[in-house]
Write a protein that binds this ligand. Structure first.
Ligand code: KG4
Ligand code: ZN
Length: 345
C-alpha cells in the first residue's frame, strides 16, 4: 500500500476546521496541516452556542479554511485521495454546511467521500497520536457528550455508559452561569476552584455505587443552585468554595463510574497486561479531572492516554483520520446522497 492523503472537514458545533492527514504505509498517521477557527466570540454574549449563528459562521469560514489547510500542506485538491466530512451528531445547520462542501469537492475532484461520525473521530484519535492498538476504553467528556466507550475496532464500538441528563461540560457551563462566571464555564469554574474549600459543601454524587456505568449531573447542578441561592449575596470566596466542592463531587463520581469500567475491562480482557484508558473532549483540559483519571489508572494498572488538548477538543484532523482508518480497513465510501444526522449514536 502507498501513503493515503485525505482532507478532513469538521463543522458539527462551534468550531470550523479543515485538515490534511496522511496515513503512511506502516499505518502511522501524520497531521500535515490542521486549521481550526473557534466561534467562541460569536456565541459568548449568548452564554451558549446559537445554532443559526454557528451555521452562518461555518458558511463564511469554511472555504478559506480548506484553502489554508491545503496551502499549509503545499498541495492542491487534486492531490488528496479522499474527502472526509463530519455527518453527525451535531447541529444540523453546521453539519449541512460541512457535508455539502465535502460532497461538492468529492464530486468535482472525483474522490471518494467518507461521511464521518464525530464521536468516531474522537474515539480513534489516540491511534493517530499514540499508535494505540485495539481494544481500549475511551472516555469522552465534552459540552455535548459524556460517554464511556469500548473501542474494539474501526466501526466496532460498545457504549458502556452515557449521561442520562446533562453532559459533563454542560454541568460546568450551567454551574458557571448560576454563579455569574463567564462562558465557557469549564475554565472559569476550574480557575475559581483553585482558591476554594472543596469540603465546604457536600454535593450529591448521583449513581455512585450502581452497577451500570451511566452518569447523571443534573442533580448536582440543582444542588449548586440551592447552595448559591441560600447564600446571598455570594462573595468571591463562596463562589470559589462552591466551584471546588462541585469539582470534588465530579471527581468522586468519575472515580466510582470509571473505576467500575476499568474493572469490567480487566475482567473481559485478562490477557492484556497494560490496557489503556483514553480521554477526549474539552473537559479533559481540567487538571482536577485529569489527575483523578491518572490516579485511577495507576491504581488499576491502566495506561492513561490524554492526546494533546487541541486534538481532544473539536478538530478536523480526527475526522480526516477516521476516514483514513475506514479506507485502510477496506470499508466502503459513502454515496453522494448520504444525509447529515443531528442524532447519531
Ligand atoms: O470538546 P469541546 O471543546 O466542545 C464540544 O462540546 O464539542 O468541549 C467544550 C466543553 C465546554 O462545556 C467547556 O466548559 C468544557 O468543555 N471545558 C472544561 C474545561 N475547559 C473546557 N470543563 C472543565 N474544565 C476545563 N478546564
Ligand atoms: Zn466533539
Amino acid at each position: 500500500t502507498r501513503p493515503l492523503r485525505i482532507l478532513g472537514i469538521e463543522t458539527s458545533c462551534d468550531e470550523t476546521a479543515a485538515s490534511i492527514v496522511v496515513r503512511h504505509e506502516d499505518g502511522r498517521g501524520e497531521i500535515i496541516s490542521d486549521v481550526v477557527l473557534s466561534q467562541l466570540e460569536e456565541h459568548s454574549a449568548f452564554g451558549g452556542v446559537v445554532p443559526e449563528i454557528a451555521a452562518r459562521a461555518h458558511v463564511e469560514a469554511l472555504d478559506g479554511l480548506i484553502e489554508e489547510a491545503l496551502s499549509r500542506a503545499g498541495i492542491k485538491l487534486s492531490d488528496v485521495d479522499a474527502v472526509a466530512a463530519t455527518a453527525g451528531p451535531g447541529l444540523i445547520g453546521g453539519l449541512l454546511v460541512g457535508l455539502m462542501t465535502g460532497k461538492a469537492i468529492a464530486m468535482s475532484a472525483n474522490k471518494p467521500l467518507y461521511a464521518v461520525n464525530h464521536l468516531e473521530g474522537h474515539a480513534l484519535t489516540a491511534r493517530l497520536t499514540d499508535g494505540l492498538g485495539f481494544p481500549y476504553l475511551m472516555l469522552l467528556v465534552s459540552g455535548g457528550h459524556t460517554q464511556l466507550v469500548l473501542v474494539k475496532g474501526v466501526g466496532d464500538y460498545e457504549r458502556w455508559g452515557t449521561t442520562i441528563d446533562d453532559a459533563l461540560g454542560e454541568a460546568f457551563d450551567k454551574t458557571a452561569k448560576l454563579l455569574g462566571l463567564p462562558y465557557p464555564g469549564g475554565p472559569a469554574v476550574e480557575k475559581a476552584a483553585r482558591t476554594g474549600d472543596a469540603t465546604r459543601f457536600d454535593f450529591p454524587r448521583p449513581l455512585v455505587g450502581e452497577a451500570r456505568l451511566d452518569f447523571s449531573f443534573s442533580g448536582l447542578k440543582t444542588a449548586v443552585r440551592q447552595a448559591a441561592t441560600a447564600i446571598q449575596p455570594l462573595t468571591e470566596q463562596d463562589i470559589a468554595d462552591i466551584c471546588a466542592s462541585f469539582q470534588r463531587a465530579i471527581s468522586r463520581t468519575l472515580k466510582d463510574r470509571i473505576g467500575r469500567g476499568l474493572a469490567r475491562f480487566r475482567e473481559r480482557s485478562p490477557a492484556l497486561s497494560e490496557p489503556s484508558l483514553v480521554v477526549a473532549g474539552g473537559v479533559a483540559a481540567n487538571q482536577v479531572i485529569r489527575s483523578t483519571l491518572q490516579d485511577l489508572c495507576n491504581e488499576h494498572r491502566f495506561a492513561f492516554i490524554a492526546p494533546p488538548l487541541n486534538l481532544c477538543t473539536d478538530n478536523a484532523a480526527m475526522i480526516a483520520w477516521a476516514g483514513l482508518e475506514r479506507m485502510a480497513a477496506g470499508l466502503p465510501a459513502d454515496p453522494i446522497s448520504v444525509a447529515p444526522r443531528s442524532r447519531w449514536p
